[in-house]
Design a protein around this ligand. Structure first.
Ligand SMILES: Nc1ncnc2c1ncn2[C@@H]1O[C@H](COP(=O)(O)OP(=O)(O)OP(=O)(O)O)[C@@H](O)[C@H]1O
Length: 254
């Protein structure tokens, strides 16, 4: 497999009240095309900063990000980024929010409308097409953001704790949906979470980060797919991996 995203020596320092805050130091990551990488780390270890840099949304203090060998100097159409913050357009209803990437891509009205309706159904929001973001719950807005991300048919998905705010059932449904889309579409996914079980359920590789993005563990997962959460919890390999990740997270906090 070829390397799609190549991150070398990324450091990001923010300045707050004349004091420097190093959010990420010398962070390296190579992501193969078509892979599903989960990035696991405790709160504040620099996961969102890493994704912001990978997406080109912010510029590093030093280091480089390359996509297919090209330096990433700003957002790119091939990379879609689902941030932690809500970026839905408040003046657009659900359907028109989901249609937005297709509108930008020049897809005709009929086609984009049909596709938006299909995606809204996939994230379980049929009946809410004409609602505005302010009329939805936080979890519903997340699902609209997910549908909007998929509407752009991106080659690479960067996802920052996308299912954190959802109830357990919905979370499982959307995890399964994401895996199905990934399996069918062959996208490359970098998925940030602080949930060990979610990381093990989804990824074919797990990267555990410690403070300032220090890589504690980088491991391929050979758990078979499809992975059923109920079966997985009693699988001895899963239990051993869970323990290994728990220990890695503990080590990362030191
Ligand atoms: N714009 C900013 N200005 C100043 N400090 C920042 C900024 N963004 C992030 N930081 C700091 O950088 C560190 C890493 O933040 P980041 O949001 O990347 O962590 P995270 O691992 O994504 O956390 P969480 O899981 O809680 O979202 C934190 O100490 C945070 O306070």
């Amino acid at each position: 497999m070829s390397t799609l995203l190549d991150v070398q020596g990324l450091t990001k320092q923010f300045v707050k009240d004349d004091t420097g805050i190093v959010a990420l130091r010398d962070f390296d990551l190579q992501v193969d095309q078509g892979s599903f990488v989960t990035v696991l780390g405790r709160s504040g270890c620099g996961k969102s900063t890493a994704l912001n840099l990978l997406s080109g949304l912010i510029r590093p203090t030093s280091g480089t990000v390359a996509y297919r060998g090209d330096p990433v100097t700003g957002p790119r159409t091939e990379i879609s980024y689902l941030t932690q913050s809500d970026t839905l357009m408040p003046w657009r209803d659900v359907r028109r929010n989901v249609e937005m990437p297709m509108e930008i891509g020049g897809v005709g009205v009929q086609e984009r409308r049909g596709r938006a309706v299909e995606l809204i159904e996939r994230v379980g929001l049929t009946g809410f097409e004409r609602h505005y973001p302010r009329e939805l719950s936080g979890g519903m807005r997340r699902r609209v953001s997910l549908a909007r991300m998929l509407a752009g048919d991106p080659e690479t998905l960067l996802m920052d704790e996308p299912f954190g705010a959802l109830d357990a059932q919905l979370r499982m449904d959307l995890q399964a949906e994401l895996l199905r889309l990934w399996h069918d579409g062959g996208q490359t996914v970098v998925f940030v979470t602080h949930d060990i079980e979610e990381a093990l359920l989804l990824g074919d590789r797990i990267v555990v980060l410690g403070l300032r993005g220090r890589c504690i563990l980088d491991r391929e997962l050979d758990l078979p797919r499809p992975r059923d959460p109920d079966d997985l919890r009693v699988d001895p390999d899963f239990v051993a991996l869970h323990r290994e990740m728990t220990e890695a997270l503990r080590e990362g906090a030191r």
